[in-house]
Write a protein that binds this ligand. Structure first.
Ligand code: XMP
Length: 179
């Protein structure tokens, strides 16, 4: 049996259950499909947190599309370090493509702002839009906003459905608060 050290925070209440996620993703998939019909769409999933969301969202976008992934890190435990590190040097081939950046959560906005900046300065995409499952209601450090957002939530640390606390809880089927 897996046992947590006592200092590991406990799972709190379920914020968004499986059924609510599925039904919101149906609407989000339809919205995104309408925007990109007839366009050269490349979805870029920001690993690891968006893996579950991206996999479920993609299957609701019945268009010819390319999928790429990018790995970045900025968090340690619950705290953003403020430094966005790219874990690979090569960018996806996005020249002339309409890019949809898919991430799990928009918090401070630093991560997606850094990725967007890198894509714009190092490549020539036709457009870049942003889709997130969760968007925290708070003042952001960057002016970046999401074009597509699943749910607006309060400013509390959440896990599940791809989101982790020190690599735990990614496999929860729902979004829960960490106490
Ligand atoms: P920023 O602050 O750059 O954060 O918008 C983006 C990345 O930080 C992680 N993050 C979280 N992870 N629960 C998590 O499990 C949270 O409440 C949370 N807030 C931010 C996440 O990886 C996201 O892509």
């Amino acid at each position: 049996m897996d046992s947590f050290p006592t200092k590991t925070p406990k799972l709190g209440r379920v914020l968004i259950d499986e059924a609510a996620i599925a039904s919101r993703l149906d609407a989000l998939g339809a919205e995104i499909t309408a925007v990109y019909r007839g366009k050269p769409l490349t979805v870029v999933a920001v690993l690891n947190g968006s893996l579950v969301f991206a996999a479920d969202l993609l299957r609701r976008i019945p268009l010819p599309l390319r999928l790429d992934c990018i790995s970045v890190t900025s968090y340690h435990g619950r705290e953003s370090t403020g430094v966005v590190t790219f874990l690979q040097t090569a960018l996806p081939d996005i020249d002339g493509r309409d890019v949809l950046l898919v991430d799990d959560i928009l918090d401070t906005g630093r991560t997606l702002a850094a990725i967007r900046r890198k894509f714009i300065t190092e490549a020539s995409p036709a457009s870049i839009r942003i889709a997130v499952l969760l968007r925290k209601r708070k003042q952001r450090e960057s002016s970046l906003e999401a074009d597509f957002a699943g749910f607006d939530i309060g400013d509390e640390f959440v896990v599940g459905y791809g989101l982790d606390y020190e690599e735990r809880y990614r496999n929860l089927p729902c979004i829960s608060v960490l106490e």
